[in-house]
Design a protein around this ligand. Structure first.
Ligand SMILES: Nc1nc2c(c(=O)[nH]1)N[C@H]1C(S)=C(S)[C@@H](COP(=O)(O)O)O[C@H]1N2
Ligand SMILES: [Mo]
Length: 222
């Protein structure tokens, strides 16, 4: 199993070195018509895919409803742990958004249903000095997001996509999506939302990926 992760990491590091070897001076934004935020629908350095690739560390945890829990803790006044039933009773929203992977594919117009990450965080009443969020997942994955990005209304804890329950390989029963950041910031099989005072790198960020991950700035690595 560790061998498999090592191979995945090595492939990603090779991609990172290739990207860094090229000049990206002055590059920004992207191409095509604008999205709803006034940014080009296809960010710089990305290409469209019609399929939806599965990208992760090769571990797809089995999470029966009985075992699934979501904890919101860290720099909060009231840490909470939700069952799947508690979670499904939170306000539900629907939103169609795009998905940009740092390995250069973009999958457009996925129709999501779920709970706003902002609403889940509000349940725990975050401390005034909280600045970042660490997402922890059931496969051991972690990723960090600034609170400003995490609270955007299209950042969802998603359980449904294109009208069907989110498949296990895409992070079901519940994953995070971050349509305005590269998709590695959206933890599949999310387990814990840790509010932080200050920033700290997650799995890929420790290995050289960007802390901020802004697709329209070609902000992939650091
Ligand atoms: N738990 C977990 N979440 C994860 C990952 C992972 O390895 N584990 N990979 C990230 C990466 S790099 C991408 S591009 C997207 C891929 O989501 P998909 O497999 O549904 O396309 O999930 C992100 N979230
Ligand atoms: Mo990715």
């Amino acid at each position: 199993m560790d061998d498999k992760i090592d191979r995945i990491v090595a492939a990603r590091m090779k991609l990172m070195e290739r990207f860094k070897a090229k000049a990206h001076e002055g590059e920004a934004e992207g191409s095509g018509p604008s999205n709803r935020h006034g940014m080009p629908k296809l960010p710089v350095g990305q290409r469209h895919v019609e399929n939806w690739p599965v990208l992760d560390l090769g571990i797809h945890p089995m999470l029966p409803e009985k075992r699934w829990r979501l904890t919101i803790d860290g720099a909060v006044h009231h840490p909470v742990t939700l069952t799947l039933r508690d979670f499904m009773e939170l306000p539900q929203v629907e939103d169609t958004s795009d998905f940009h992977c740092v390995t250069t594919w973009s999958r457009m117009d996925l129709a999501w249903k779920g709970v706003r990450l902002a609403d889940a965080i509000a349940l725990a009443e975050l401390n005034e000095d909280a600045t970042h969020v660490m997402l922890h997942a059931y496969d051991g994955y972690t990723t960090n997001i600034s609170l400003e990005e995490a609270l955007k209304p299209d950042v969802l804890l998603a359980h449904t996509v294109d009208g069907a329950p989110l498949p296990r390989e895409h992070g079901g029963p519940v994953r995070v999506i971050t349509p305005q950041l590269y998709a590695w910031k959206g933890a599949k099989w999310v387990k814990r939302i840790e509010l932080m005072v200050g920033d700290r790198p997650g799995f890929w960020e420790e290995r050289g990926y960007s802390m901020s991950a802004l697709p329209w700035k070609n902000d992939r690595y650091r």
